[in-house]
Design a protein around this ligand. Structure first.
Ligand SMILES: Nc1nc2c(ncn2[C@@H]2O[C@H](COP(=O)(O)OP(=O)(O)OP(=O)(O)O)[C@@H](O)[C@H]2O)c(=O)[nH]1
Ligand SMILES: [Mg+2]
Length: 214
């Protein structure tokens, strides 16, 4: 097991609208994706311990750019939400292209957090996203957001239902709340696992475990 990950400071790096503007991460990077309004920006603020590092909005479809954040030991990339019907077809196609271009640089993405409102079953877009991630061999964890909206018992039940619907074990689903902070520790533990360097070779080779790309 890894030690607990402590986030000392989180800062906004930059926004990218097009593939040419995407950053090459210097640390393990976790992409945060999901439907519009799923709570992506709120999750980033929860981890940062700040209310407004990432802009949140009650109006869905607000994050239209890829926003990069430096969390010290890792980076997060807040991706534009998908599946928001009220935007034009042309705009939806643009988002799809941005997402595709982003994940095309696969070696830059260490892990993906796929966010989904705990109260809802995965949408067709969510399922398409999962198929995409599986096809491209991108490791991911489902984050069931807004768990404060349910009782503890109901939330547990929903974690099972969401895991089932995605075809995953419940270990791959973490329930969180930006309101109560629930799930933050579980999230930090998962991030520590994700950031941990790949297992060292069996015999002591004197290396101090620098991160390697995979
Ligand atoms: N009660 C509750 N509300 C939440 C939580 N997370 C997000 N919300 C609310 O859901 C709405 C959308 O949250 P955002 O974090 O902006 O969602 P997003 O996924 O970044 O949305 P886009 O950028 O539009 O794709 C806001 O009104 C948030 O306050 C949560 O854990 N609990
Ligand atoms: Mg957002």
């Amino acid at each position: 097991m890894q030690g607990k990950l402590v986030i000392k400071e989180a800062k906004f790096l930059t926004s990218a609208a097009r593939a040419e503007q995407f950053l090459r991460p210097q640390k393990p990077m976790i992409a945060v994706c999901g439907k519009s309004n799923a709570g992506k920006s709120t999750l980033i603020n929860l981890l940062a311990g700040r209310k407004s590092l990432a802009k949140t909005s009650a109006a869905p479809g607000r994050t239209r750019l890829v926003n990069y954040f430096d969390f010290g030991e890792f980076w997060l990339a807040d991706l534009p939400g998908y599946g928001y019907a009220a935007v034009s077809k042309a705009e939806q196609a643009k988002w799809a292209k941005t997402l595709e271009a982003f994940f095309a640089k696969k070696e830059d993405v260490r892990h993906v957090f796929l966010l989904s409102d705990i109260r809802r079953d995965p949408s067709a877009d969510d399922m398409q996203m999962v198929r995409f991630l599986v096809y491209h061999d991108l490791p991911f964890t489902v984050i069931a957001t807004k768990c404060d909206k349910l009782s503890r018992m109901k939330a547990k039940e929903r974690v099972r239902a969401v895991a089932n619907a995605f075809g995953l074990g419940t270990d791959n689903v973490i329930a969180t709340s930006g309101t109560t902070g629930e799930g933050k520790d579980a999230l930090l533990a998962r991030i520590a696992q994700i950031c941990a360097p790949p297992a060292a070779p069996p015999a002591g080779d004197g290396e101090d475990g620098e991160d390697e790309e995979f």
